[in-house]
Every structure is written in structure tokens, then in C-alpha cells.
Design a protein around this ligand. Structure first.
Ligand SMILES: [Zn+2]
Ligand SMILES: [Zn+2]
Length: 139
């Protein structure tokens, strides 16, 4: 094996090529390439650079932490309430474009927007309470 071939093997390994591919490209036998790589610490490179990801694992959309899914429960996308709030805050613009509905408050007649078609009648909980308990009494 020439020095040039050795260099080429190292380069190709760094690009993530398999032993067979390298052997073919350089006209060497696969076992020659394999033993050369193992002797020169070029062996495990491919598998160590790509961390295998278990397909059933879910990650928090905000912080990327692995989520513990409880079977039977609704699948959550966040590891915690904090992350959910953070994500929603930073993605509000996107969310807003998707599905924001405009409503008119039954009590104060102010228009307000809410995410999703939730059939809201009041702009705030306050208005809801006031309409329910004071509504009939105001002249
Ligand atoms: Zn998180
Ligand atoms: Zn209101």
C-alpha cells in the first residue's frame, strides 16, 4: 500500500465511506482496507459520528430533551409546561398565521382574537364573570 493510498483511505473514512467502497475506489481488497483502518484508528469513525436515534423516542420541541411518554396518554411535544409556554411564545407569529379567529366580547363588545375556533364569547374571564353576575343589574 502506498502512502498516497493510505492518505486516501483516511480522507474517504472521514467522509463516511465504508470499507468496501474505499477498497473498490483504490483497487485494494476489502480486508486490506479494513485492517489498515483498524490499525490506524480509522475503524469506528462512521458509527461514532452518527449517534443512533431510537425511532420511538420523542424530543421536547423546545429544549430537545428526551420525553418520557406514558402509554395511553396523549402524546406531548414538550418536556414541561415551561417549555410549552416558551415554545408558544417564540412561535406565536407562526401560530397566529395559522388559525386565529376574531371574536366580539359579549360583555364589553371589544373585538379580540383567540387561537383556534373555540367559540369564545368573552375577551377575558373577567368579562365572563361580570356578564354572568352583574349583567342583569346594570342599567
Ligand atoms: Zn423541554
Ligand atoms: Zn370583554
Amino acid at each position: 500500500m502506498t502512502n498516497e493510498q493510505k492518505n486516501q483511505i483516511a480522507t474517504l473514512r472521514q467522509k463516511g465511506c465504508g470499507y468496501a467502497t474505499i477498497a473498490q475506489a483504490l483497487g485494494l481488497s476489502k480486508s486490506t482496507v479494513t485492517s489498515h483502518c483498524q490499525r490506524n484508528n480509522l475503524g469506528g469513525m462512521k458509527s461514532s459520528t452518527t449517534t443512533p436515534v431510537a425511532p420511538d423516542k420523542k424530543y421536547c420541541k423546545e429544549c430537545g430533551k428526551v420525553l418520557m411518554q406514558l402509554s395511553g396518554r396523549k402524546e406531548s411535544k414538550f418536556c414541561s409546561k415551561d417549555c410549552r409556554v416558551k415554545w408558544w411564545n417564540s412561535n406565536q407569529e407562526k401560530v397566529n398565521k395559522k388559525a386565529v379567529y376574531t371574536f366580539t366580547c359579549t360583555f364589553c363588545v371589544k373585538t379580540f382574537t383567540a387561537y383556534g375556533n373555540s367559540n369564545r364569547k368573552y375577551c377575558s374571564h373577567d368579562c365572563y364573570i361580570r356578564d354572568r353576575f352583574e349583567g342583569g343589574e346594570t342599567v
